[in-house]
Design a protein around this ligand. Structure first.
Ligand code: ADP
Length: 190
């Protein structure tokens, strides 16, 4: 199996690049942000709970997120591999993912970490707000909180994979195609 963690701060381009990667490598895309938003739209209990955190720019609690991810894995037994987009976002989630994959006799193949300067992230998110309809993109205070949460809770996840020699840092600026090429090269050479 090819199992990829696509990593990066809010606005780094994880969603955009995931689309290219799933087409090229025939992977199942698991975006925790997309799954939460689908639950919010469907007004499920999970959606109501997630919304209260997402609206503040905070993380949804680990237990809730990990259980949701586990059921997504259980529901896709035929997958040739996964792209994890927006997960893991804490060390506890990374540990849980390792043990879930190990119980499926597989593991993370590599982490692709998109690197984008903070000023460009803020610009991209405000621009995305014009079309995404995402309220967490429209408010500079919420954006600032998401970036602060990333720096404090999520950035350490990079070291977790670096210790396993799985980290590949990718320059996340330039055209979408240029960035895709860098990702393909890292995957093909890993
Ligand atoms: P972005 O990467 O642009 O912040 P996402 O769609 O990945 O957007 O996530 C949107 C929000 O959903 C996050 O700010 C957070 O509140 C919640 N979320 C997504 N994934 C996770 C996760 N793995 N753990 C906790 N909360 C999450």
């Amino acid at each position: 199996m090819l199992n990829i963690v696509l990593f990066g701060p809010p606005g780094a381009g994880k969603g955009t690049q995931s689309q290219n990667l799933i087409d090229k490598y025939q992977l199942k895309h698991l975006s925790t942000g997309d799954i939460f938003r689908a639950n919010i739209k469907g007004e499920t209990e999970l959606g109501k709970l997630a919304k209260s955190y997402i609206d503040k720019g905070a993380l949804v609690p680990d237990e809730v997120t990990i259980n949701m991810l586990k059921s997504e894995l259980d529901n896709n037994p035929q997958a040739k591999g996964f792209i994890f987009d927006g997960f893991p976002r804490t060390i506890a989630q990374a540990q849980a993912l390792d043990s879930l994959l190990s119980s499926m006799d597989t593991s993370i193949s590599l982490m692709l970490a998109l690197e984008v300067p903070e000023a460009e992230l803020k610009e991209r998110l405000l621009k995305r707000a014009e079309t995404s309809g995402r309220s967490d993109d429209a408010d500079p205070a919420i954006i600032a909180n998401r970036i602060a949460t990333y720096n404090k809770e999520t950035a350490p996840v990079k070291s977790f994979y670096q210790e396993q020699n799985k980290l590949h840092e990718i320059v996340g600026t330039g055209s979408i195609e240029e960035i895709s090429e860098r990702l393909y090269n890292a995957i093909d050479q890993h």
